[in-house]
Design a protein around this ligand. Structure first.
Ligand code: ADQ
Length: 467
């Protein structure tokens, strides 16, 4: 059997006990795949050094080998903080107003992708399957081909693919997209992102897209399809049943003191629509005075990408906005928003989700959004909560029984909160059952099996059914 080589910006392979904290579903899923296929996980260590050496640090824990390299300060600034997080992330989330087009960022991005290629090439055997992840490493496949690799290679994009009209604002967009054609398989979360990609290929590259997912550009043919990522359902259910989850549940229920809990859990990122969410909730408190003092919003949002200025700004504005709303509405025995800038373990999160009657998952744009799926998986089947979900999250295409809202509209958020609070138990159960079925069946194991099967050149069951 071929080995699997996973390459991503950061490596989330298992760590020795006590390091790294709780593992996310994706890390668990890819680690499981790596155990099944042997192989290794390659990426940046997160460390900075004065001068790039290409020295690889190998670690083996829990059956998974990781191989990491350190990067120079300038690499991190231009490639990671620069092109990845100040150019591609905002542009791919439709925030062209925030996207910065700086030549040195593009040069740093190419340089780091070359450095990745130089260091990982000797680790790859001819029959290994290579699976590259996310927007940090789009050109890596082409770089590996230039170094003579003929392996089957796949790329998976974890964020949206923007409409062609937005993407063409990126200098050298054609060069970036052409580099994707070096892969054999290109995966997106949803049909919507796939269609935007196909549209770009036809409009800008004069390519042709077949209904079976084959894309032809000149002499080159690649397979592009939607592979919606799921959570590790089994692992998450177990987390939800754990003692730690039960304690977290009780802690939140006790402190809620009979009030309804509305939960939000997001990395602190402008794409998650947190300001709009706070304003929608504020609107709800204004529209329904009788609910003041009866519910509260628990927003958990650990800071991310603190070195990027826009992230500092969003943090400041959320501090200000939550303070303002609390000042405006709070009473001596009630605070409308509990705003917590902290990360929690998976068990704690599962307990908090289960203790909350409503989840507000309202990103302005999101590749998929796993929080929505985790919330569903954590619910009590006899008394489930209600998921309010942005129609602009990839997850909305699968979780059609959520209350779908336009996250830009305060009125829609306010109306959905009211509808959720008034929803009869039978309707909550009916909606939850349908969503839970999807979250359970289309889990992360299903996702990676489908992708790896495509990488091995096999049509998956779903593709055969669709074809
Ligand atoms: P993210 O933008 O990080 O991921 P998401 O899919 O919601 O968004 O995943 C976040 C993960 O972090 C979840 O597993 C969640 O439980 C965890 N998390 C968030 N806040 C936390 C907290 N306070 N404490 C502990 N854990 C917390 C990107 C894309 C998404 C896509 C994923 C996977 O932006 O669209 O779904 O990758 O492909």
């Amino acid at each position: 059997m071929s080995r699997l080589i996973v390459i991503s910006n950061r490596v989330a392979a298992p760590k020795p006990d006590g390091e790294g904290g709780a593992q996310g579903g994706l890390a668990v899923a890819l680690s499981a795949a790596l155990r099944e296929y042997r192989g290794l996980w390659f990426g940046w260590s997160g460390n900075r050094i004065d001068e790039f050496t290409g020295k690889i640090d190998f670690q083996r824990h829990d059956g998974v080998t990781s191989a990491t390299i350190d990067l120079e300060e300038q690499d991190v600034e231009e490639y990671y903080n620069g092109y990845a997080n100040r150019t591609l992330w905002p542009l791919f989330h439709y925030r062209i107003d925030l996207a910065e087009y700086v030549r040195s960022f593009g040069a740093g991005y190419e340089r780091v992708n070359e450095r990745f290629a130089d260091t990982v090439t000797p680790l790859i055997d001819p029959d290994d399957l290579v699976w590259i992840h996310d927007y940090h490493l789009i050109p890596l496949g082409a770089q590996l081909r230039q170094r003579g690799l003929r392996n089957r290679m796949g790329f998976f994009l974890h964020i949206p693919w923007p409409p062609a009209r937005l993407l063409t604002s990126l200098p050298a967009h054609e060069h970036l997209v052409l580099s994707l054609l070096a892969y054999d398989v290109i995966g997106f979360h949803t049909k919507e992102w796939l269609e935007s990609f196909q549209n770009y290929v036809e409009r800008e590259l004069g390519g042709h897209c077949e209904p079976d997912g084959t894309i032809h550009v000149g002499e080159r043919s690649v397979h592009a399809a939607a592979y919606p990522i799921g959570i590790d359902y089994k692992e998450f259910r177990e987390a939800a049943e754990s003692e730690a989850a039960q304690e977290a549940f009780e802690r939140l229920r006790k402190s809620a003191d009979g009030r309804g809990t509305i939960i939000g859990v997001d990395r602190l990122d402008y794409s998650k629509g947190l300001e709009e969410r706070f304003l929608g909730y504020r609107r709800f408190l204004e529209d329904h005075e009788d609910w003041q003092g009866e519910v509260f919003l628990l927003q958990i949002a650990p800071p991310s990408r603190g070195e990027v200025h826009t992230y500092e700004k969003i943090r400041e504005s959320l501090d200000e906005l939550s303070g303002r709303i609390n000042g405006e509405f709070a009473a001596v025995d009630w605070v409308p928003i509990r705003y917590v800038n902290q990360g929690y373990g998976r068990e704690d999160l599962a307990g908090f989700y289960r203790a909350s009657q409503i989840a507000l998952v309202t990103p302005l744009r999101d590749g998929m959004n796993l929080v929505a799926k985790e919330y569903v998986a954590a619910q009590d089947p006899e008394d489930p909560g209600v998921l309010i979900l942005s129609r602009f999250a990839g997850a909305a295409l699968q979780l059609t029984d959520a209350l779908l809202v336009n996250p830009y509209s305060k009125e829609e958020i306010s109306d959905a909160i009211k509808q959720a609070l008034d929803m009869p138990r039978e309707e909550r159960i009916r909606r939850w059952r349908s969503m839970n079925e999807v979250v359970k069946q289309e889990d992360v194991v299903w996702w990676r099996r489908n992708f790896v099967a495509a990488l091995q050149g096999e049509a998956t069951q779903d593709e055969r059914a669709a074809g």
